[in-house]
Design a binder for this molecule. Structure first.
Ligand SMILES: NC(=O)c1ccc[n+]([C@@H]2O[C@H](COP(=O)([O-])OP(=O)(O)OC[C@H]3O[C@@H](n4cnc5c(N)ncnc54)[C@H](OP(=O)(O)O)[C@@H]3O)[C@@H](O)[C@H]2O)c1
Length: 249
């Protein structure tokens, strides 16, 4: 929906928008867990050594995050994607807290669901923070200096929602100071991330090019919904995954 910024008000009023919400949840959740475990176990450094055919057993001394079991994950945006991430992280023995926009309800494996204005307070409790937000006026730039300052020192930041929710220079500063231990970034601002961004060379940063939804299973679900929506549209029935224009997602 954030890509429809050029539409006029009358176009917005007369067109029914549907989106792919929830459909990429499983793939993105597996990708998010993969980034978390990769950073926790120091795999980015081993990948760099492997490219040079180096057996560098000194790298293990840089693994300081500890085990994820019993750590707390904050899922920011407990929607289709966030819920799938939360379920998997809970299965790894993590405590899950989360935020939503419109409700405090969540599945039983989520310990606490707060609202948007609790973000910085909850950040102080979390060892792993996940951005699974849609991009709206309210979510633009929320992962900023104030947020990173409020985070628990040494927390990990994972971002799979939209890049513009994060103020890139503030994330870089938080990584440089060690306030943030490492970051897994499937989305960045800007995209593509420029070759001279310091993020590329940071030792505990994993970057993927907005590709966490990739895979045949996501595509199959999208095709199923598209066909079903076409059928519903032709029959004058209510379509699935209708976007709330006012909320922006
Ligand atoms: N990396 C990728 O390749 C990729 C692929 C697909 C999607 N995405 C991004 O991921 C976003 C989420 O997708 P989804 O399928 O999970 O959508 P979704 O099911 O619509 O979930 C969005 C969730 O965000 C919550 N939310 C909205 N504004 C919030 C705020 N200010 N603070 C806290 N929570 C807020 C909503 O709360 P309520 O439940 O209370 O409404 C909802 O739970 C998409 O909008 C898209 O931007 C990225």
């Amino acid at each position: 929906m954030d890509r429809c910024v050029g539409m006029s008000d009358s176009q917005r009023e007369t067109v029914i928008f549907t989106n792919n919400k929830r459909l990429s949840g499983p793939a993105i959740a597996e990708h998010t867990i993969a980034m978390m475990m990769s950073i926790a176990r120091g795999l980015p450094a081993y990948s760099r050594a492997q490219v040079k055919s180096e057996w560098d057993d000194s790298l293990s001394s840089a693994i300081r995050f500890g085990e994820v079991k019993d750590k707390t994950m904050l899922v920011v945006g407990l929607g289709g994607i966030g819920t799938e991430i939360a379920w998997r992280a809970h299965g790894l023995g993590m405590r899950i807290i989360a935020t939503r926009n419109s409700s405090r309800r969540g599945p039983d494996y989520v310990d606490y669901v707060g609202l948007a204005d609790e973000l910085n307070k909850l950040a102080g409790e979390a060892d792993v923070i996940v951005n699974a937000l849609p991009l709206t006026a309210k979510t633009t730039g929320v992962f900023n200096k104030a947020f990173f300052d409020a985070a628990k020192p040494g927390a990990m930041f994972l971002s799979v929602g939209r890049g513009k929710s994060t103020v890139t220079k503030d994330l870089i500063a938080a990584l440089e100071s060690g306030q943030i231990y490492g970051a897994g970034l499937d989305v960045t601002d800007p995209e593509p991330l420029p070759a001279d961004s310091p993020l590329w060379q940071m030792p505990r940063v994993v970057i993927t090019p907005h590709s966490s939804a990739a895979g045949i299973d996501s595509l199959r679900r999208m095709a199923t919904i598209a066909v079903e929506n076409l059928r519903r549209y032709a029959n004058g029935e209510r379509m699935l995954n209708i976007v709330d224009i006012n909320a922006g997602y």
